[in-house]
Design a protein around this ligand. Structure first.
Ligand code: NAG
Ligand code: NAG
Ligand code: NAG
Length: 398
């Protein structure tokens, strides 16, 4: 179902998938505080469900000791502050979760089921038990919610959510963007680059893909102009060995970014356009072979955990060295790791005696450096890597 949907929409990628202020805790689950609300006894659970729904999240549901202990740590001084998603089902006359599932775990100090089954009650966490509150006054509570991250499913040809050009085996996709700079970022967030084009066949493949994704007003390609606006170069550094400009283009002064026309009689032909135009982008990447590769790496190159962003389960070590006398500066461009289980460890030198930082959870654009060594070892240590994307880093000499 997901794949079907993706094949008709332009890809979007949000760098941070847990809602703001939520923790990425375990198995791809985000948990956090959303708002305070007065839960009226007649509609308490409905209101709780609706509040979490405002951010595509769900009420607290506790199915094991880890969850019980996590949420108990949020309980403050007042009973009733941390409500949970329990309800009494008046048909079955038993307590169940808001989504209709039964209780497969009970807290250490048990549950207060009361003597009558009323839909007009809300349960909250207190002293390691689930207490019931059924008065008419309503209750001021903190609304905590949870959401589950969704990780795309890896495919056999290694293109995953990208389309395979069977001809040369590389993978293409059309991504949403607000400008050429955004287009480049957007492609990189998929572990891809803006596409360079080297044959008519490739040009046609990308044009057909764009049209099938509804990108009919044009498409950014991975080239910019320098000088007088007509000296185009591919940003991936490959040779300029093919071009398909519309007659008379590029036109100096029209803009420094390369765009493919995608519909109409000039479809497939290229023009130059202002780089701040809002257009989707053609992204390209190598098939994902889900293996840890050992470099050598270049300064400034974006390096991802194996399988990024489709599979974060493979461990990998990266060694970075810079000239003697310099230090290694590492930028964690993006990290999405389950804080229970997965981490990224940065070591001074390559033996791993001195840890610079142990990172987990979610972060972006954070910089670390060695204190004196010209070597840094970076270990991606997933323990499952469930439903998270993994990491992207780059290094430079300072
Ligand atoms: C209440 O329980 C009955 C019988 O087990 C079930 O069919 C029904 O779906 C439940 N209602 C809700 C709202 O979950
Ligand atoms: C609940 O909160 C409202 C608004 O913050 C406040 O006016 C009210 O007194 C509170 N009620 C209780 C029972 O704490
Ligand atoms: C996996 O991909 C990398 C980079 O694209 C390549 O260097 C490596 O040889 C590939 N490994 C296998 C087993 O295909």
């Amino acid at each position: 179902m997901l794949r079907l949907l993706l094949s008709f929409t332009i890809l979007h990628f949000s760098q941070s998938l847990c809602p703001n202020g939520f923790d990425l805790v375990s198995t791809g689950e985000c948990r956090g505080y959303y708002a305070r609300a007065k839960l009226d006894h007649t509609t308490a659970l409905d209101k709780y469900v609706a509040k979490c729904g405002e951010m595509q999240a769900k009420p607290i549901k506790i199915q094991n000791a880890e969850q019980q202990s996590y949420w108990m740590n949020r309980v403050g001084e007042y009973p009733g502050d941390v409500v949970i998603g329990l309800m009494c089902n008046t048909t079955s006359k038993s307590v169940q979760w808001y989504d209709g599932t039964g209780l497969d775990y009970l807290p250490p100090n048990g549950i207060d089921e009361g003597s009558s089954c009323s839909p007009r009650c809300i349960w909250y966490l207190w002293e390691n038990s689930w207490k019931r509150y059924c008065t008419t006054d309503g209750i001021n509570s903190s609304i905590y919610c949870t959401t589950q991250l969704q990780q795309p499913i890896p495919s056999a040809n290694g293109c995953d959510d990208f389309e395979s050009d069977e001809d040369d085996g590389v993978c293409y996709q059309i991504a949403d963007a607000e400008s050429w700079q955004e287009a480049q970022k957007s492609c990189r967030s998929f572990g891809a680059d803006l596409a360079s084009i080297h044959s008519l066949k490739e040009n046609s493949f990308i044009r057909r893909l764009a049209v099938s994704r509804g990108a009919v007003t044009g498409l950014f390609l991975g080239a910019t102009a320098s000088g007088k606006g007509n000296d185009f170069k591919w940003v991936d550094g490959t040779d300029w060995d093919y071009q398909n400009f519309y007659a008379g283009f590029p036109v100096a002064g029209l803009g420094d970014c390369l765009v493919m026309d995608t519909a109409g009689s000039t479809a497939g032909e290229w023009v130059n356009t202002d780089c701040s135009t809002k257009l989707p982008a053609a992204c390209v990447r190598q098939p994902n072979n889900h293996t840890c590769t050992t470099g050598p790496w270049k300064e400034g190159e974006i390096i991802s955990s194996p399988g990024f962003p489709y599979d974060a389960s493979l461990a990998c070590d990266f060694m970075f060295s810079v000239p003697v006398g310099k230090r290694v500066e590492l930028e964690v461009i993006f990290l999405e790791a389950n804080s229970c289980c997965d981490n990224l460890v940065l070591y001074e030198n390559y033996l791993g005696a001195y840890v610079i930082a142990t990172l987990t959870g979610e972060m972006s654009n954070k910089v670390y450096s060695t204190s004196s060594s010209n070597f840094m070892r970076v270990s991606w240590n997933p323990n499952g890597g469930v439903n998270v994307k993994g990491m992207q880093i780059k290094y430079r000499a300072v």
